[in-house]
Design a protein around this ligand. Structure first.
Ligand code: A5A
Ligand code: ZN
Length: 480
């Protein structure tokens, strides 16, 4: 059977909503706008993804913490840039029971201010630094743009935020580089393609000195920001008075960073690998890795016994495996059911397999069917899991790369962005005025330019807006 990706590409938003709800991963019918319910399969996928992140962070010296959800108004107002942006989006708690609160409490939209307040109490001497912490929590943003399940929510329930404090700018900027490395490994392990861009100053995180973002492209050609790393300088430490004593006895402000991801990563992994049959997942995060389906004619006791043997063997190997022995639906219905849910490998055992001591295996990503000797199952699965991961990564990057182009001409760029969408790189002088005009003329957004000068250097090119000397190939896209 050939894999179809028509719905997936031509009708993505409907495909996406359909697939996440029909697969019973996530239910966005909960009656509060911008929220949704993680159902058991979605929860397992979420957990498997977070486990990869946790491992990466713990291996690089980050410790997990848990801060309160509420932030006093006085704290969140302290950094002026920060509050200016988030003011529009904060949910306020103003009453406790029947009484009005004397000072309002914010449902955290992010945690810099709460964390800085405590850093001030924890950090005293240079020997207390660096501090590297993270938490996985819900944050709340009353998004004014249209909400979309997992992609733009108002309760971000899978917010992983890391916060670090350092002695010097150099150390903090090294941490930014380390964070980028961590995120690269993370997205590579999920086979999600991305580009890394330095956001223009008008689009950086509120209170940051600069913001570096990971963007992927969804099947409809629009980009999705799936992670951000911020260098915050001393912007927060100055207003929160977070200082440390140097060996020379001087008080210095700490330099801080923060970096975050959200359920957008789950949206991305489902989106970039899917097809018209539903969800397709790399085996390392799939909630169910193998499903066994008995193909029974008449009395199937022997076939069921063979299936149970395989089930036990898989379990012992540590795989997440299901034996679908339901008798009220046909094997065909089961195929459809588990394909929709993205199980990477399906093992079928029928009368012929029983006779010849074989099993039939179907790979979810290619829907290809092969028959192998029963005693080769475990070796087959182990290598095929790696193969699936490699194929998914290759296919995703190939599709992604075919949607990244360069253009030296604004009307060309605009046409590309209208027709093909994706990412178009144009030469840019680096000026804010030109940047904003490029956004307006293309009716798109500037994502910024690559942090690797080898990729972004546009020496010798002319700015696509003013015709002056260009500095960077800057990325433009329609985005979520
Ligand atoms: N404290 C820093 C880390 C922070 O809040 N950064 S951020 O505002 O850029 O958010 C981190 C990531 O969360 C973003 O890169 C984006 O991938 C995700 N995110 C932001 N708003 C979101 C929303 N409304 N719904 C889902 N994900 C969101
Ligand atoms: Zn210009």
């Amino acid at each position: 059977m050939k894999v179809k990706r028509e719905q997936w590409e031509t009708n993505f938003s409907e495909w996406f909503r359909n697939v996440i709800s029909r697969s019973e991963y996530y239910d966005y019918r909960y009656p509060v706008k911008g929220t949704g319910v993680w159902r058991p399969l979605g929860m397992r996928l979420r957990r498997n993804i977070l486990n990869i992140m946790r491992r990466l962070l713990e291996d690089t010296g980050h410790d997990e913490v848990l801060f309160p959800t509420l932030i006093p108004e006085t704290l969140i107002r302290r950094e002026s840039e920060h509050i200016k942006k988030f003011e529009e989006e904060i949910f306020w708690v103003t009453r406790g029971g029947k009484e009005s609160l004397t000072s309002r409490l914010a449902l955290r939209p992010t945690s810099e201010t709460a964390i800085m307040e405590m850093f001030r109490l924890w950090i005293h001497a240079h020997t207390d630094l660096p501090v590297k912490i993270y938490q996985v929590v819900s944050v709340f943003r009353c998004e004014t743009k249209a909400t979309a399940p997992l992609i733009r929510v108002r309760e971000i329930s899978t917010f992983k935020e890391a916060h670090t404090a350092h002695k010097t700018r150099e150390e903090a900027e090294q941490q930014v580089k380390d964070a980028i490395k961590i995120y690269k490994k993370f997205f590579d392990d999920l086979c999600i393609p991305y580009l890394i861009s330095l956001r223009p100053e008008w689009d950086k995180f509120a209170g940051a000195v600069y913001t570096i973002a990971f963007d992927t492209i969804l099947p409809d050609g629009k980009t999705l920001q799936i992670g951000t790393v911020h260098y915050l300088g001393t912007n927060f430490s100055q207003v929160f008075e977070v200082t440390y004593l140097t060996p020379e006895g001087k008080h210095e402000y700490v330099h801080t960073t923060s970096y975050g991801i959200s359920e957008r990563v789950v949206a991305a992994i489902i989106s970039v690998h899917g097809d018209d049959h539903g969800i397709v997942l790399p085996p390392n995060v799939a909630p169910i890795q193998v499903v066994i389906i008995p193909i029974i004619y008449g009395d199937g006791e022997e076939i069921l016994k063979a299936c149970r043997d395989i089930y036990e063997k898989m379990k012992k190997k540590g795989y997440s495996v299901v034996l679908d022995d339901r008798s009220d639906i046909t094997p065909g219905e089961k195929y459809y059911y588990w394909e929709l849910r993205g199980v990477p490998l399906r093992i079928e055992v029928g009368p012929r397999d029983l006779k010849e001591d074989t099993v039939t295996i179907v790979k979810r990503d290619t829907l290809e069917r092969t028959t192998i000797p029963k005693n080769e199952i475990t070796v087959f699965i182990e290598t095929e899991f790696e193969n699936i991961k490699r194929r998914l990564k290759e296919r995703a990057w190939k599709w992604f790369n075919s949607r990244v182009t360069r253009s030296r001409n604004i009307s060309d760029a605009t046409r590309l962005l209208d027709e093909k969408k994706g990412i178009v790189e144009v030469p840019w002088c680096g000026g804010k005025k030109c940047g904003l005009q490029i956004e307006e003329r293309t009716n798109s957004n500037i994502l910024g330019y690559d942090i690797d000068p080898n990729l972004s250097d546009a020496t010798g090119e002319k700015c696509v807006n003013c015709g002056g000397e260009a500095k960077y190939w800057t990325r433009v896209s329609k985005r979520y």
